[in-house]
Design a protein around this ligand. Structure first.
Ligand code: SAH
Length: 254
């Protein structure tokens, strides 16, 4: 029996932020195709596999390499940055592989959204402020459906993790303000979260674009926006409230 072809989440950059399963699959692989623009090459040090960087390859070229290797009985890993389910373009690959009769398995990874939240030491879901997180981007060369425009999402006032958009930070801010976020909403940009060169810019929504320009952050950055990022005193969560019972603990009755 041939192994399934593995789509693997590499994590956000720090080579220790890959799952144990992912580390083992990289070490056991015969062929790895990785997204060279974002995956930390340190993850590939010492592996025995033949390695291809997909950065300069077309979808067809990537698929040809994957299919040929799999059909030759090799253990094949397609390595994507962060978690493969977010902006990973895995759907088109999995569908084409299915047409060839090639089974796939997806192994999750730590998204850069979570590495950025960790760098800021924030909780994205703060009781009574927001219980919703939105992963999104601004429309660029890849369009975003109009109902999901940042202007429309702003009305929800959730915590936003905005990918692929820092080069258009002025438009991001303009849309969010026109959609209803107050000017003093907390915002942050984390460049290269979890890498040694990680940088953080924090501020108010109305000022963050200028701060990002001054820091000269142009790519590989996560924009986070929302009241959850502010260090206003938090409402206590129900989970640890003495009067709130749940599956693991009966409420104290006094
Ligand atoms: N699947 C990836 C996202 C791929 S899209 C994930 O789950 O993280 C690429 C975008 O992700 C970049 O434009 C940037 O917005 C974000 N990104 C990737 N790595 C990052 C990092 N280490 N720090 C901050 N943002 C990052």
């Amino acid at each position: 029996m041939k192994h399934p072809l593995i789509f693997l989440g590499a994590g956000p950059g720090d080579p220790e932020l890959i799952t144990l399963k992912g580390r083992r699959l990289l070490d056991e692989a015969d062929l790895i195709v990785y997204a060279g623009s974002l995956v930390n090459p340190a993850l590939l040090q010492g592996v025995q596999a033949e390695i291809h960087d997909s950065a300069a390859m077309t979808l067809d070229e990537v698929l040809t390499v994957l299919i040929t290797a799999w059909q030759a009985g090799k253990k094949v890993v397609r390595l994507h940055t962060g978690d493969p389910s977010l902006y990973g373009a895995i759907r088109e690959q999995i569908q084409r592989l299915a047409q060839e009769g090639i089974p796939c398995e997806v192994v999750p990874g730590v998204s850069s959204a979570f590495a950025a939240a960790a760098a800021l030491q924030v909780e994205l879901t703060v009781p009574e402020l927001t219980q919703t997180v939105i992963f999104t981007r601004i429309g660029g060369r890849t369009p975003v459906p109009e109902q999901e425009s940042l202007r429309n999402l702003a009305a929800i006032r959730a915590s936003l993790c905005i990918f692929l958009s820092v080069s258009m930070i002025e438009q991001v801010v303009a849309e969010l303000l026109s959609g209803g976020y107050p000017e003093d909403t907390a915002a942050a940009v984390v460049e290269k979260a979890s890498w040694p060169e990680q940088r953080i810019v924090r501020g108010k929504l109305a000022e963050i674009a200028q701060q990002v320009r001054e820091a000269d952050i142009r790519k590989t950055a996560m924009i986070l926006v929302g009241a959850a990022l502010a260090d206003t005193p938090a409402a206590a969560s129900k989970l640890y409230d003495a009067g709130f019972s749940h599956g693991c603990r009966e409420a104290c009755v006094r």
